[in-house]
Write a protein that binds this ligand. Sequence first.
Ligand SMILES: Cc1cc2nc3c(=O)[nH]c(=O)nc-3n(C[C@H](O)[C@H](O)[C@H](O)COP(=O)(O)O)c2cc1C
Length: 144
Amino acid sequence: MKTAIAYLSYSGNTAETAEIIETKLRSTGAMVDMHRIGIDRPLNPARYDRLFIGTFTWERGSTPDEVKDFVREIGYKPDNIAVFGTGDTQFGGDDLFCLAADKLVTFYASKWEALKIEQSPRGAQENKIDNWLKGVLQHEPIFA
Ligand SMILES: Cc1cc2nc3c(=O)[nH]c(=O)nc-3n(C[C@H](O)[C@H](O)[C@H](O)COP(=O)(O)O)c2cc1C
């Protein structure tokens, strides 16, 4: 199983989440390429069985420009995309929490709900990552 994890992170939370997902996937024997959105060379999704996209949410629920550019760069809607996001409920409560991740799920008609992490994924939220990842790996929609 060849997997890419593409993510954007300014202050490290989304990168940490990406790295935890990477470690867990590698432990299942998957080959994983990490892709830093806006930094690494363009990614060809067709080379991967599975593509994870991770984003934080920016002002008033918006999607960071780098992620929008990345989506444009891909140019089509692969059907193997799973989305994770980090956010902070202090910025507008549940309505805006990780909204950028939700928007990507809708845009790609992803089979899976977005994984939503409040700030750093370390600690209690690692369980949440485990459960979500299990759902993705089983190809089953999950309802978190
Ligand atoms: C100016 C600003 C606006 C933000 N707006 C939102 C928001 O609308 N919704 C949300 O869930 N998080 C919001 N956040 C929180 C970030 O998404 C959160 O800190 C995220 O984990 C940062 O990711 P990173 O550490 O990978 O850069 C905002 C943060 C900042 C600094």
